[in-house]
Write a protein that binds this ligand. Structure first.
Ligand SMILES: CCCCC/C=C\C/C=C\C/C=C\C/C=C\CCCC(=O)SCCNC(=O)CCNC(=O)[C@H](O)C(C)(C)COP(=O)(O)OP(=O)(O)OC[C@H]1O[C@@H](n2cnc3c(N)ncnc32)[C@H](O)[C@@H]1OP(=O)(O)O
Length: 218
């Protein structure tokens, strides 16, 4: 599928540095989600014995009950989520409305690549002080999807080959880069990596995407 340049910015039609993801906005839902993200991080950092966690559990459950009371049926919510221009606000990588997302903000570059700088913290930990390998794969899989869109294509991941070169540190800025490198009919090859600030490659990926339209819920 060709991405429609009138609804999705693509290289050559949009300027260098175009933000391709839904950047966090000054809205109640983005504020609430950022607070939830902060809670997840703080729960991992807080003193296990002195933080009055029974009371914390009660308060958090009361918030969850309030949100559930106001939740429409799943089918209805899915239609709502997928309405509009289609750049997702709810995905687990870039979604400002998803507390699981770091969230990544991805920019398109005029050389055809996309880039995002992120600092990962405790919730994404695998080996001590370092990112979980599955998290790195998740972030790159999604970033490559955005790279395809910037290059004017879209597809589902058919293969994701991940090479872990060295542990990926938490608590310091990481640069994620992706680019579409080849196309053959419906098959799209896209590569990417995660580097530390000094340019050291921690993780690199090569992926095959296959152009296939998944219908939006309606
Ligand atoms: C997802 C896009 C959303 C819409 C985008 C619109 C705008 C974009 C704007 C912003 C977007 C931002 C981000 C997008 C974000 C991220 C991307 C998320 C990616 C995912 O999170 S996505 C979920 C995980 N992903 C799946 O859930 C796939 C499950 N799977 C299938 O749905 C099928 O399996 C499929 C479709 C892969 C293929 O099925 P199919 O029937 O359509 O195609 P078919 O089998 O005919 O293959 C055709 C040719 O590809 C070769 N081929 C196929 N599969 C291969 C493989 N694995 N290895 C090697 N070669 C393979 C064949 O060998 C043949 O090659 P040849 O033509 O040369 O013979």
């Amino acid at each position: 599928m060709r991405v429609d340049p009138s609804t999705h910015p693509t290289v050559g039609t949009a300027p260098d540095g175009t933000v391709l993801t839904s950047a966090p906005q000054d809205t109640a839902v983005d504020h609430a989600t950022a607070a939830a993200r902060r809670v997840v991080d703080a729960l991992l950092r807080t003193d296990r014995t002195n933080a009055n966690l029974e009371r914390v559990a009660e308060e958090l459950n009361s918030i969850a009950e309030h949100l559930e009371e106001h939740a429409p049926a799943v089918a209805e919510r899915l239609v709502d989520m997928w309405a509009g221009e289609g750049v997702t606000r709810h995905d687990p990588v870039t979604g400002p409305e998803n507390a699981i997302a770091p969230p990544l903000v991805v920019e398109g570059r005029e050389d055809g690549s996309v880039q995002s700088v992120v600092t990962l913290t405790m919730p994404y930990q695998g080996p001590p002080g370092h990112a979980h390998g599955g998290v790195s794969a998740l972030l790159l899989d999604h970033l490559l999807g955005v790279a395809n869109a910037w290059a004017g294509r879209s597809g589902a991941t058919a293969q994701l080959n991940v090479r872990y070169h060295r542990p990926t540190p938490l608590f310091e800025p990481l640069t994620l880069t992706g680019r579409l490198v080849a196309q053959d009919g419906r098959k799209i090859n896209t590569i990417g990596d995660i580097r530390t600030a000094d340019g050291t490659v921690c993780v690199s990926v090569e992926a095959l995407f296959v152009d296939k339209t998944v219908p939006r819920p309606r």
